[in-house]
Design a protein around this ligand. Structure first.
Ligand SMILES: C[S@@+](CC[C@H](N)C(=O)[O-])C[C@H]1O[C@@H](n2cnc3c(N)ncnc32)[C@H](O)[C@@H]1O
Length: 273
């Protein structure tokens, strides 16, 4: 109980710290970051795909089905309800909408996701860019079959390959297949060393347009530490922290390394004045 309270308190503190340092579109001078903010954070249009994916989420949350879930921390299998997996592991709707807009605005030709779970993030990315070739990796066979079913239901399975197996075995073959991913969503293992290891492996295949998306970097001290290492990495030239997701760019055209934490303008409305 004390551990849960400490973790919850840590997240509240991190949120306050993030909010205090965050800027809005009115303080951004970089044209690229300004346009990214407009497209990903300030665009409030509702696409029909959002409704469809959230309908799938509601069905999963109502489901009585169970699955044997592989716990990658302990290596043991646990019987869990699909509803519980969806509640605990799937991207939130607000985060999904950001993934959709990123995939739409950046128009990557290839997308790699580490950690499919029941496919909520996969569907948002896929729906945001129907032309990209996408591979999503998931080590739990029963969870990936739920994701497969969801993508088929919405007709989002074309050009999307869901690969079953531990990242340690599937990551390099997926990178070789994609040749060089334009977008990498790292949402598999929220611990510092594995997250950094996946980042370094993907970095070897990155091109100048590659964007790395990290989930929940404010979730724990471990992930915050991983984010600091990523920010200071010599190949990273720009980072944009949107709290729920955080982006690292490796394009050498961003000559001066910059780090942004950004909130929607309405969250700091007085900065308009
Ligand atoms: C947070 S969930 C992914 C959520 C999903 N990306 C979304 O946006 O809805 C993380 C998933 O990564 C999988 N995972 C964690 N470590 C893994 C590993 N080493 N190999 C394969 N899968 C792993 C877990 O089984 C889990 O389903």
């Amino acid at each position: 109980m004390a551990g849960i309270q400490t973790a919850a308190w840590f997240r509240v503190r991190q949120w306050i710290r993030f909010y205090r340092r965050a800027v809005t579109r009115y303080q951004i001078h970089s044209p690229f970051v300004f346009q990214l903010t407009e497209a990903v954070l300030e665009d409030r249009r509702f696409y029909y795909a959002f409704g469809e994916i959230e309908w799938i989420r509601r069905e999963l949350l109502k489901s009585d089905a169970e699955a044997d879930v592989v716990d990658f921390g302990t290596g043991k299998n646990r019987r869990r309800r699909v509803s519980e997996i969806t509640r605990n592991a799937a991207s939130a709707a607000s985060q999904g909408r950001m993934l959709f807009r990123l995939a739409d605005w950046l128009a990557p030709r290839t997308i790699l996701e580490l950690g499919t779970s029941v496919g909520i993030g996969t569907m948002y990315l896929r729906a945001g860019n129907l032309l990209a070739t996408m591979i999503s990796l998931e080590g739990c066979p029963q969870t990936i079959s739920v994701a497969r079913n969801n993508l088929n239901t919405l007709g989002l399975d074309r050009r999307t390959e869901l690969v079953d197996g531990p990242f340690e075995e599937t990551l390099i073959p997926a990178l070789e297949k994609l040749v060089s991913p334009d977008m990498v969503y790292i949402d598999g293992n929220h611990r510092k060393d594995p997250a950094l290891q996946y980042f370094e492996t993907c970095l070897q295949y990155a091109n100048n347009s590659t964007v790395f998306i990290f989930d929940d970097i404010h979730w724990s001290r471990d992930m915050e530490d991983a984010w600091s290492v990523i920010k200071n990495h010599p190949r990273v030239t720009l980072t944009v922290d949107l709290y729920d997701i955080s982006l690292a760019f490796v394009n050498p055209a961003f000559r001066e390394k910059q780090h942004f934490s950004i909130v929607p303008a309405r969250w700091k409305f007085w900065l308009l004045m």
